[in-house]
Design a protein around this ligand. Structure first.
Ligand code: HEM
Length: 420
């Protein structure tokens, strides 16, 4: 049963439908099936557009999206949104002070100097060299999951493989025991509500319930690592915490974020990549014949069907973008998926070209909030896809019946049944 406050939050998001939704409606079933046609029309008509559905200014051209991500006049702190809708949301969502404090200490919300310290603290562990050293461990988990799949009549790439892998890898990197993967996965899933422009009351309740289990679990893990340090990221973050680089809450929230941030996106990277290979058999053949193409293929998968489709920013001062006035305190949605399919930047963007040259996609964003885990995504994505293609070169699936999740901020499939 939804509580009164949750129902109130949900009611305020009654979606404008049909023509009232205007030019951008990421919840329209046609958009969910294929966003790119609508995004092409939107970009051509109004590359900066005030959307009634999201209540934000949406940017759909590559040039303007890149500029916005690099522009320091925006903040990533969604708490700074002064629109009536956002103020109502925070009032109705009734966060407790502890819950609100956790939200205010995420990487998007902390002050710049704390943000820089946090990014520095994780830079080594998420850097190319360290992540590449973890490749054998990633291959171990990939093979374990594929061993379980071998010989099965039915195999869902998403549920049986791509949703399980990132949790196992991230848990190991951070220092959580692999047997806790299932609950870590459930907690991570509850946070996806934050990436959606239309946050629902029921989703907030689920997220807060997860927080009240996840946070004490992190506290226990920190106590354990204090007593028995390991060769893992949590132990290294504890040392920095001891040196006073960040406080207790910041440490715990950072650990939770690192667990959550890479989960759904890597699931979607792998799922979207396999779906794209089913659609473009000649590209699949190219990659099977030339595995060295994998690094460039991964970049193309991130561009072609970007796992994160949108980033949110709040204007901290009155701005004008391509002639459209954006008042201070209003939200701007950078449509990464639209930018990555802008024909002004990419030749034939809806053609998957695994050998595409000069692929300057913005799938990992740009600027100070550039993704913290691109190397983990690249190396893990490559390990997963290489092994799948090697071990089951004849896998089959139906690319004409893809069921996409209706999430405006993310792009991923509910399921992808394969015959191995
Ligand atoms: C294909 C996989 C991935 C994609 C497409 C992706 C994309 C992105 C994008 C677009 C942003 C910017 C969001 C914004 O500014 O609003 C971001 C931020 C972030 N990503 Fe990723 N990501 C991926 C994998 C990962 C992984 C594996 C991790 C590992 C923990 C990770 C951790 C983060 C973190 C912590 C941030 C916030 C950075 C900050 O605010 O300073 N990501 N990612």
């Amino acid at each position: 049963m939804l509580g009164l406050a949750q129902r109130a939050v949900d009611r305020q998001w009654r979606l404008p439908i049909g023509p009232l939704a205007g030019r951008y409606n990421p919840y329209d079933p046609a958009y969910i099936r294929d966003p790119y046609r609508q995004l092409d029309r939107l970009r051509a008509a109004a590359p900066v557009y005030h959307s009634r559905v999201t209540g934000s200014y949406v940017i759909s051209s590559y040039a303007l999206a890149s500029e916005a991500l690099l522009d320091r006049s925006y903040s990533s702190n969604r708490g700074l949104d002064t629109s009536l809708r956002s103020r109502m949301f925070f009032r109705l969502a009734r966060f407790t002070p502890v819950e609100r404090n956790a939200l205010d200490n995420t990487l998007g919300a902390v002050p710049d100097e704390v943000h820089q310290r946090m990014r520095k603290a994780i830079a080594h562990d998420f850097g190319r060299r360290r992540i590449t050293e973890l490749l054998p461990r990633m291959e171990f988990w990939v093979d374990k999951l594929l061993d379980e799949a071998a010989g099965r009549q039915e195999f869902d790439l998403i549920e049986d493989f791509s949703a399980k892998l990132p949790v196992l890898v991230a848990a190991e990197l951070l220092g959580f025991p692999p047997q806790d993967a299932r609950k870590l996965q459930e907690w991570s899933d509850s946070y996806l509500v934050l990436v959606d422009p239309l946050i629902k009351g029921a989703g907030i309740a689920r997220m807060n319930a997860a927080f009240h289990q996840f946070d004490p679990y992190v506290v226990q893990t920190l106590d354990r690592k204090r007593a028995e340090p390991g060769d893992d990221l949590i132990t290294r973050l504890l040392e920095r915490h001891r040196d006073g680089e960040f406080d207790d809450v910041q440490l715990r929230v950072l650990i939770m974020m690192l667990m959550i941030a890479g989960h759904e996106v890597i699931t979607n990277l792998i799922g979207n990549a396999v779906a794209a290979l089913l659609r473009f058999p000649e590209q699949r053949k190219l990659l099977t014949d030339d595995p060295d193409l994998m690094p460039s293929a991964i970049e193309e998968f991130v561009r072609y069907e970007s796992p994160i489709q949108a980033a949110w920013r709040i204007a901290t001062e009155d701005l004008e973008i391509a002639g459209v006035r954006v008042p201070a305190g209003r939200a701007v949605t950078v449509l990464i998926g639209a930018a990555n399919n802008d024909p002004a930047e990419f030749d034939e963007p809806r053609r998957l070209d695994l050998a595409r040259t000069d692929n300057q996609h913005i799938g990992f964003a740009l600027g100070s909030h550039y993704c913290a885990g691109p190397w983990l995504a690249r190396v893990e994505g490559a390990a997963a896809l290489s092994r799948l293609l090697e071990r089951f070169p004849g896998f089959r699936g139906d690319a004409s019946r893809l069921r996409w999740k209706p999430a405006a901020g993310l792009r991923g499939l509910y399921a992808l049944p394969l015959v191995l």
